[in-house]
Design a protein around this ligand. Structure first.
Ligand code: ADP
Ligand code: GLC
Length: 484
């Protein structure tokens, strides 16, 4: 089994802005269960350092043009996965988020920060830190680690590289003028390198130089080779189609399972589904909504950005608010979406509750308390909340795209009859289609037994990481065999 260096810019529970952290907090554990020797490496951001006080320094890395970075070693909390932190205080020990300050503005030195991180990862992979550990495969995720395959491609004796695309919309684009300051090999510049229409593209480092590329669902792997979702990179991705595949994310059922979730009001399982009601009652009370047991309650949690179809929701809201339903939304993101949603909540306090912010506990309680979960995404590389919703018996209403299309089976007559249906799926990117889907959900909800069957079918689905980890393991072997 090859040794795996798992390089990533966030990992639950140390630091999280979205699904990437859930991915990095659980796949390494599943890989370890398959007997891979895995090391997780991430930047030592301030909130991470606060949780890693007792971690020990195991190495120092000399990085050209920078002060030496220290490598701190510990276990990813709650697991036995060894984690290395790249401690370069000048770059990572600061208030705010990993990629942006508290006001949401990207850190102006992001190119330098993640170039430094990439160098550290490459040195660790090549056993240049004196840790007596050499990677067989380096598994990178998203643009923040894009330079790792590029840097390693220059080495004669190098590990294989896999680059996972979690979201092609984020590419790590910077002005070309920043390239010289990063001290990267000049040969990496150019159309067949890190240049993208006159800009410096970090993600291209992964797309061009990694031995293998994958996305987090099979459908999204196809979608990004089309102009609609390829963001100008579809040509390159088609060119690499033989090395591109899709592996669905899994769920960490240690964290997301209503039978043992410590964050929810009352645990429940398929056999004791009636206990879900206590979670709904709490949510209604917490959100100052009328405590009615039989009114359908729709939940939504996520980043309030274009990707998530917030504009489709806004387009449908005038009609939605005429229906007998309650809607609880938790999220943060683009200011104009936050403001518009809050306006609507002020107008319909009995039906709509909007919480702006990031709140892990409330996210779990919405999954547990809602009857339905809405994800009208314009695109969705995988999506995790619909998978959590299935397990929580909270019927997902989703747009047919990416991982949503791969994981939710529409409650059409035929699927219902065969007991295969797990949610409501709509196709068109419009407020009208969203509205129509919600109407269908309400109809089924009032149908009692059918709804109950739909909930149970969702709860039976098994998206645990084991199966996906085996696919990653096979991909590592393939990457090693095909190393260019
Ligand atoms: P993405 O990674 O595109 O944001 P995913 O569905 O893959 O979407 O994962 C989102 C993850 O982040 C989920 O675990 C979700 O619960 C969590 N999340 C998103 N926004 C919030 C929020 N405002 N508060 C708490 N958790 C959130
Ligand atoms: C990205 C995608 C999301 C996916 C997550 C984890 O943030 O937007 O769909 O689930 O990565 O892979």
């Amino acid at each position: 089994m090859p040794k795996v260096l798992f390089a990533v810019s966030e990992a639950h529970p140390l630091i999280k802005t979205g699904g990437l952290a859930d991915f990095a907090g659980s796949l390494p554990v599943a890989l370890q269960e398959l007997r891979h020797d895995v090391r997780l490496v991430l930047p030592a951001y301030r909130p991470v350092l606060a949780q890693a006080r007792a971690w020990r320094e195991v190495a120092r890395l000399e990085l050209p043009g920078h002060q030496a970075a220290r490598i701190l070693e510990g276990a990813l909390p709650g697991t036995r996965v060894t984690c290395w932190l790249v401690h370069a205080p000048e770059w990572f020990d600061r208030p705010g988020g990993p990629y942006a300050d508290a006001g949401g503005h990207d850190w102006p030195d992001n190119a330098a920060r993640y170039a430094l991180f990439a160098r550290a990862v490459a040195q660790l992979a090549l056993d240049e830190a004196g840790l007596n550990w050499r990677a067989g495969v380096v598994h990178c995720s998203d643009w923040q680690t894009g330079l790792v395959p590029a840097l390693l491609s220059r080495e004669a004796e190098r590990p294989a590289t896999l680059f996972t695309i979690h979201n092609l919309a984020y590419q790590g684009l910077f002005p070309a003028a920043q390239f010289p300051a990063l001290n990267l090999p000049a040969a990496l510049w150019g159309h067949d390198g890190l240049e993208f229409h006159g800009q410096l593209s970090f993600i291209k480092g992964g797309l061009i130089y990694a031995d293998r590329i994958n996305t987090v669902s099979p459908t999204y792997a196809g979608e990004i080779t089309t102009p609609a979702l390829g963001y100008g990179l579809e040509g390159l991705l088609r060119h690499r189609a033989a090395h591109l595949s899709g592996i669905l994310n899994g769920v960490d059922y240690r964290v997301w399972d209503p039978a043992r979730d410590p964050l929810i009001i009352r645990n429940y399982s398929p056999a004791g589904l009636a206990h879900k009601a206590a979670n709904k009652a709490w949510l209604q009370q917490h959100c100052a909504l009328p405590a009615q047991e039989h009114i359908p309650l729709i939940g939504m949690v996520g980043r309030l950005v274009e990707q998530k179809g917030i504009d489709l929701l806004l387009a449908a809201l005038p009609q939605l608010m005429k229906l007998p339903l309650q809607l609880v939304l938790l999220g943060s993101g683009a200011r104009h979406f936050e403001d518009a949603l809050q306006d609507w909540a002020r107008r319909y306090p009995e039906q709509l509750s909007v919480r702006i912010g990031y709140n892990e506990e409330l996210a779990h309680r919405i999954e547990a308390g809602a009857d339905m979960f809405l994800m009208p995404s314009r695109f969705e590389p995988c999506g995790l909340n619909q998978l959590y919703s299935l397990r929580y018996g909270t019927v997902p209403i989703v747009r047919r795209t990416g991982g949503l299309a791969d994981t939710v089976v529409d409650a059409g007559a035929d699927n219902l009859k065969r007991d295969r249906a797990t949610g409501i799926v709509f196709s068109e990117e419009s407020g009208a289609a969203l509205l129509d889907a919600v109407r269908r959900a309400l109809n089924l909800f009032s149908g009692g037994a059918t709804w109950h069957a739909l909930m149970l079918a969702g709860m039976r689905q098994d998206y645990s990481w084991q199966a996906s980890a085996r696919r990653y393991s096979a991909l590592y072997q393939q990457a090693m065999a095909e190393r260019r």
